[in-house]
Write a protein that binds this ligand. Structure first.
Ligand SMILES: *[C@@H]1O[C@H](CO)[C@@H](O)[C@H](O)[C@H]1NC(C)=O
Ligand SMILES: *[C@@H]1O[C@H](CO)[C@@H](O)[C@H](O)[C@H]1NC(C)=O
Ligand SMILES: *[C@@H]1O[C@H](CO)[C@@H](O)[C@H](O)[C@H]1NC(C)=O
Length: 389
């Protein structure tokens, strides 16, 4: 092969590499300026990047205003959303008419969200308009980040702050990893759940730090194979499976693992909650292990009479069947005496519930109690409070 020919080939390969894989689409090239509104620039940069395999959308450091956007796939190949700066949502709710999300990622395979940046939902004024505690059909407020139909993807090193409603919502995602995600909102901000997982599978959340006004992580119906590892929660309402059984046609839940996590000053630790008078459903194979509680009001809880704000008229039992649940190696302090509480359904009692190596004290060193209704747990190892078997 001639020397010039090889040089030509190398140059061609370099050109391909620079124009294709790894191509950067900086929103600045689409007119974005710090402190300006980048809704259009981002929409255009995304469109261009999505048409190229292995591309990267970059939002560099600085603060930017952003209206509601849907970053839609399918894309040509892997795509990265690299946020180094801070995105600021409009604070008024009116600009979100008929929109349930602020930044929506949809129908994308091989997405990476990264960069150390912040999604600032500016929720303070919206929280005052939240009437969900009074109305079951309450005002619809937008969530900070929605992942709809996302597969084989990773979300790492980002912060979601002061969302108007849930911070992060997953709908029908598969094989999605969250690493080093930070979520913050005040303890009294309504319905600012950290991460809500819906109808998804193979979801891992590792090394997250979540402090909000509602559930740290909630796992709705239709989820399988969910692993939550090394997550720190607080303030907030803890990690929960559910609520389940509020709606018709809910899908089964199975394969849930919460391990190596810490709860600080939360209302609940690990919880499974189902509504009374529910349709038939199942939740099984749920395991909670190696967990530290610090000043948690209800560290271990199964509540099949879940009915916040007394929205239920009918007190007939839940028909969501809970089985194969274990709570192992759970230690620390409870801010109430009743540290372990299982209120299972009279119509479908909980089955195969295991408690092992539990050491929870009331504040520093006080004695705690456990309550069991419609369940006979199997106990082993240390039992503080004494197990109700
Ligand atoms: C997700 O967690 C499961 C269970 O711990 C593990 O087997 C799997 O390898 C994890 N996936 C990734 C990509 O980390
Ligand atoms: C228990 O969780 C902690 C993190 O809270 C972790 O450092 C430790 O390795 C875990 N222990 C086991 C036995 O997995
Ligand atoms: C209970 O959960 C364990 C651990 O995930 C699983 O291996 C087992 O198959 C489950 N048993 C039943 C009866 O579902």
């Amino acid at each position: 092969m001639g020397k010039n020919f090889s040089i030509a080939i190398v140059s061609l390969l370099l050109l391909l590499a620079s124009t294709n894989a790894g191509q950067v689409f900086d929103v600045k090239s689409y007119g974005a300026k710090p402190n300006g509104d980048i809704t259009q620039a981002l929409t255009q940069a995304w469109k261009a990047a999505c048409a190229v395999a292995g591309s990267k959308v970059v939002i560099s450091t600085g603060a930017y205003e952003l209206g509601s956007v849907t970053l839609l796939g399918p894309c040509k190949g892997a795509i990265e959303f690299n946020l180094q700066g801070t995105l600021q949502s409009p604070s008024d709710v009116e600009s979100f008419k008929d929109k349930d999300g602020w930044v929506v990622f949809e129908k994308i395979d091989s997405l990476t969200v990264s960069g150390g940046g912040v999604f600032d939902g500016k929720g303070q004024t919206a929280w005052q308009k939240n009437n969900c505690a009074k109305e079951s059909n309450c005002n619809k407020l937008p969530m900070n980040i929605r992942f709809n139909f996302i597969t084989n993807s990773i979300v790492q090193d980002i912060t979601s702050k002061d969302s108007k409603f849930f911070h992060i919502n997953l709908l029908e995602c598969r094989n999605l990893q969250f690493q080093h995600v930070t979520i913050t909102a005040p303890a009294d901000s309504p319905n600012t759940d950290g991460i809500h997982i819906g109808r998804s599978s193979q979801i891992n959340i590792t090394n997250a730090n979540i402090g909000t006004g509602d559930d740290c992580i909630s796992i709705g119906d239709g989820n399988h194979d969910i692993t939550i590892n090394q997550v720190t929660c607080g303030p907030g309402h803890g990690i929960s499976v559910g609520s389940l059984g509020k709606y018709e046609n809910e899908q089964p839940v199975s394969g849930i693992r919460v391990i190596g996590s810490t709860f600080i000053n939360t209302d609940n630790g690990v919880r499974i909650k189902t509504w009374p008078a529910s349709p038939v459903g199942t939740a099984s194979d749920m395991h909670f292990e190696n967990i530290t509680m610090k000043n948690v009001a209800n560290p271990i809880l199964i509540d099949q009479n879940y009915c916040p704000n007394k929205q239920c008229s009918n007190e007939s039992p839940s028909k969501v069947k809970i089985s194969n649940v274990s709570f192992k190696d759970i230690r620390g302090t409870s801010s109430t005496q009743e540290a372990v509480k299982f209120t299972c359904s009279k119509s479908v009692p909980c089955q195969q519930v295991v408690v092992a190596d539990i050491d929870l004290t009331y504040k520093e060193g006080g004695s705690t109690t456990s309550t069991c209704v419609n369940v006979q747990p199997t106990a082993s190892g240390k039992q503080n409070p004494p197990a109700c078997t």
